[in-house]
Design a protein. Structure first.
Length: 431
């Protein structure tokens, strides 16, 4: 098996001496680990990443290939690393979104992915940095070329009682999707002067319908939840923040990938990840780094102890430290380990490599946005997509046989007296 990158000639000794690698994630291919990283093309760092570049639209896949494109790789919105989302395509033509955090839809569009290919969304949990762009996908998909229901999978309710308030909210995926549709009611009505599906809303065949599949987060047997077109998707519990987070595994044509979402180190990943082709696991910088970056404070300054304690509490509650990431990869030994949710900077990669390689000497990639992995039986090709930052939405497909629009004219929802009578007529500005 080969993990293909563009080698830089940096040795393990040189790499571990570096306080950092290039901004945006320098690709390093060494005899030691094949450590690599994606770089954000729109930040101008793609060339320095050392990866081969590729320009959308990407080439079709053969039947024995799987492609993973990283559209969001951070919990902190950054232009080179928006919030979490990956797009998985397989050679049978099927495609899937795992999480859809803020800022990723523009990158989906620039990658040539239309709304009709964003119709199956698997949510690991319901934190805002994993669901925010669901608003845009749902709201504007039916005005584009997604004229069928948005299909959403996600965890069941937490059944956690707040010890202070006594609250026990229905916080599962089904309740979320129901409330989400109510939240979007004004937008849905506003766009219903267009043809939005093959049937009326509520028929299950309209772009503004949502088909929610709620997954019992307590189930540990990794049950299949999708089995079509040669693809099997399963899930298992994740330990993140509160009850009700899950991780996903996708298998296609004897190839497999895991997307953990956010999680503390846990043995479910080890049990399900052994021998997987691509293991995409969250990883966070140390609490000291997190505290300094987010507060601007340094040890010894007023307030430092407080912000450090907050950062430590967050990591203890929710996330995987760098050395634990290395331990998990050493236990599972994937063909390629991918660290995501990790802020890739000059001063973060070097310490992370030192911690990871304490346990793990295999191939590692530090994901930033627009990293593209093409998985084949014989190799995992890593490339960096270069996108047009001013790209329009991806070209979709015309859909025939649509149900009539719900409103008879484009201006039907505008009050005649207060609004329409005060609109400037085209004859005024187009004499």
């Amino acid at each position: 098996m080969e993990v293909k990158t563009m080698a830089t000639g940096i040795t393990r000794r040189d790499m571990l001496k570096l306080p950092a690698l290039a901004a945006g994630g320098l690709a390093v291919a060494s005899a030691m680990s094949g450590c690599t990283g994606g770089a954000s093309a729109d930040s101008g760092s793609a060339a320095s990443s050392g990866l081969q570049t590729v320009t959308p639209p990407l080439s079709p896949l053969s039947s024995d290939q799987m492609r993973i494109t990283f559209l969001g790789t951070s919990c902190i919105p950054r232009t080179g690393q928006e919030c979490n989302s990956i797009f998985v395509e397989v050679g049978s033509g099927d495609q899937f979104i795992f999480d859809c955090g803020s800022g990723v839809v523009a990158k989906y569009g620039a990658m040539g992915i239309p709304f009709s290919r964003m119709d199956k969304i698997f949510l690991t949990h319901l934190h805002g940095d994993h669901i925010a762009d669901l608003v845009h996908i749902y709201a504007f998909g039916p005005a584009g070329d997604r004229k069928t229901a948005l299909k959403v999978w996600g965890p069941s309710r937490s059944n956690m009682v707040n010890p202070t308030t006594g609250e026990n909210p229905d916080d599962g995926t089904t309740a979320f999707c129901n409330a989400f549709q109510q939240f979007m009611a004004w937008h849905v009505q506003a766009f219903s002067f267009l043809q939005t599906g093959f049937g009326p809303r509520g028929s299950g065949n309209n772009g503004y319908d949502i088909t929610a599949t709620e997954l019992d987060w307590t189930v540990t047997g990794c049950p299949p939840i999708y089995n079509q077109n040669g693809v099997v998707v399963t899930y298992f519990p994740a330990a993140h923040d509160r009850n009700g987070s899950i991780s996903y595994k996708l298998t296609y044509n004897n190839m497999s990938m895991i997307f953990t979402g956010d999680t503390k180190p846990n043995d479910y990943v080890i049990a399900n990840g052994k021998g997987v082709d691509v293991l995409i696991h969250e990883m966070v910088v140390p609490p000291e780094t997190w505290a300094a970056k987010n507060s601007g404070l340094q040890p010894g300054q007023t307030g430092w102890t407080q912000v450090l304690q907050v950062a430590t509490n967050i990591q203890d509650n929710s996330h995987t430290p760098q050395k634990a990431f290395g331990y998990i990869m050493n236990q599972t030994k994937p063909r390629l380990a991918v660290a995501t949710h990790f802020q890739v900077n000059d001063d973060t990669i070097g310490p992370a490599i030192s911690d990871i390689t304490y346990w793990y000497k295999g191939a590692v990639a530090f994901a930033t946005d627009l990293l593209v992995l093409t998985v084949s039986p014989g190799q995992i090709l890593q490339q960096q997509a270069v996108i047009d930052p001013y790209a329009w939405l991806a070209v979709g497909k015309l859909r025939a046989g649509l149900f009539p629009a719900e409103y008879p004219t484009p201006t039907y929802q505008l009050d005649q007296t207060i609004l329409l009578n005060h609109c400037i007529q085209p004859s005024v500005y187009n004499p």
